[in-house]
Write a protein that binds this ligand. Structure first.
Ligand code: CAA
Length: 258
C-alpha cells in the first residue's frame, strides 16, 4: 500500500500481511510505525474477507525495540502528554487473530509487539529480551505485564531485571512462543497457520480468541462463565449448524461466517 512508509502490506486469500520495513534501523518501532501498523491492522480487522493477520519482520530483526533515537531527547512532560506507546493498545483490541513470525532480534518493544500477537512462530535464529533496564528505563509497551502473564514471575523478573537475551529454544521452553521452526520456514509457517485460522468461521475464531484473552482479565469462575455463555451463543450461528451437520454427514463444512 503506497500510503505506508515503514511497513509493507499485502493480502493473499483471507490472510492480510503486515511486514515491518525499516531495515536500516532493524525495524525499530517509532511513532510512525506504530500508527501505520495499527491503521493497517484495523483495516484488516474490519474486512469480512480477512480471517487472520500475519505480522512479519526481517531475517535480522523482527524489531530491535522502540526507536531509541526518537526517545532519547524526550522529557516526562512530552511522554506523558503524548501518552507515549498508548497507541499500541488499539492493536490488542482487534478481534481478528494475529500470527507473528519472529526472526532475529525481538528486543524491548519488539518482544512486546510479538507478545501482542495471538500465535508466535519463532525462527531458530530469534532472540528475545527486555533490555530496557540497560537504557535506564523499563518496558513501556506492556512487557512487565504480558511477559509475566506469559512466562510467570521467575523468568519475567530474570529477563526484565538483567536485560539478558534468550534464544528461541528457551523462549519455547518457557512458553513465550508457540513453535520454533528453521529460519527459512518461519514466515511461511506463520502464513500457513494464518491461512488455517482464516479458513475457519471468522466470528467463531474471534470468539475463541476473546475467550482465551478473558483468562488474563477475569477470575477463573468469571472466565468459565464467559466461555460457557459464548459457547451457548454460538448455537445461534449458521456456522455452528453447518459445522456439526458437516461432521455428521462426513463432508467438509462451508462456512458462511455468520
Ligand atoms: N532504536 C533505534 N535504532 C536502533 C535500535 C533501536 N531500538 N536498534 C538498532 N538500531 C539502529 C542502530 O542504531 C544502527 O543504526 P546506525 O546504523 O544508524 O548506527 C542500526 O539500527 C543497526 O544496529 P547495530 O549497528 O547496533 O546492529 P548490531 O548488529 O551491532 O546490534 C542489536 C544489534 C543488538 C539489536 C543492537 O542494535 C541493539 O542493542 N539495539 C537496541 C536494543 C534495545 O535496547 N531495545 C530496547 C529499546 S527501548 C524499548 O523498546 C522501550 C519499550 O519498552 C517499548
Amino acid at each position: 500500500d503506497g500510503a505506508f512508509e515503514t511497513i509493507l502490506v499485502s493480502t493473499a486469500g483471507r490472510v492480510g500481511t503486515i511486514q515491518l520495513d525499516r531495515p536500516k534501523a532493524l525495524n525499530a518501532l517509532n511513532a510512525q510505525t506504530m500508527d501505520e501498523v495499527v491503521s493497517a491492522a484495523q483495516k484488516f480487522d474490519a474486512d469480512p474477507n480477512i480471517g487472520a493477520i500475519v505480522l512479519l519482520g526481517s531475517e535480522r530483526a523482527f524489531a530491535a525495540g522502540a526507536d531509541i533515537k526518537e526517545m532519547s531527547q524526550q522529557d516526562f512532560a512530552t511522554m506523558y502528554a503524548a501518552d507515549w506507546f498508548a497507541g499500541w493498545d488499539a492493536l490488542t483490541r482487534l478481534r481478528t487473530p494475529i500470527v507473528a513470525s519472529v526472526r532475529g532480534f525481538a528486543l524491548g518493544g519488539g518482544c512486546e509487539l510479538a507478545m501482542m500477537a495471538d500465535v508466535l512462530i519463532a525462527s531458530e535464529t530469534a532472540t528475545f529480551g527486555q533490555p530496557e533496564i540497560t537504557l535506564g528505563v523499563i518496558p513501556g509497551m506492556g512487557g512487565s505485564q504480558r511477559l509475566t502473564r506469559a512466562v510467570g514471575k521467575a523468568k519475567a523478573m530474570d529477563l526484565i531485571l538483567t536485560g539478558r537475551r534468550i534464544d528461541a529454544d528457551e523462549a519455547e521452553r518457557i512458553g513465550l512462543v508457540s513453535r520454533v521452526v528453521p529460519d527459512a520456514d518461519a514466515d511461511d509457517t506463520a502464513r500457513s497457520v494464518a491461512a488455517e485460522i482464516a479458513a475457519k468461521s471468522k466470528p467463531v475464531a474471534q470468539m475463541a480468541k476473546e475467550a482465551v484473552n478473558a483468562a488474563f482479565e477475569t477470575t477463573l469462575h468469571q472466565g468459565i462463565q464467559f466461555e460457557r455463555r459464548v459457547f451457548h451463543a454460538l448455537f445461534s450461528t449458521q456456522d455452528q449448524t453447518e459445522g456439526m451437520d458437516a461432521f455428521v454427514s462426513k463432508r467438509d463444512p462451508q462456512w458462511s461466517h455468520c
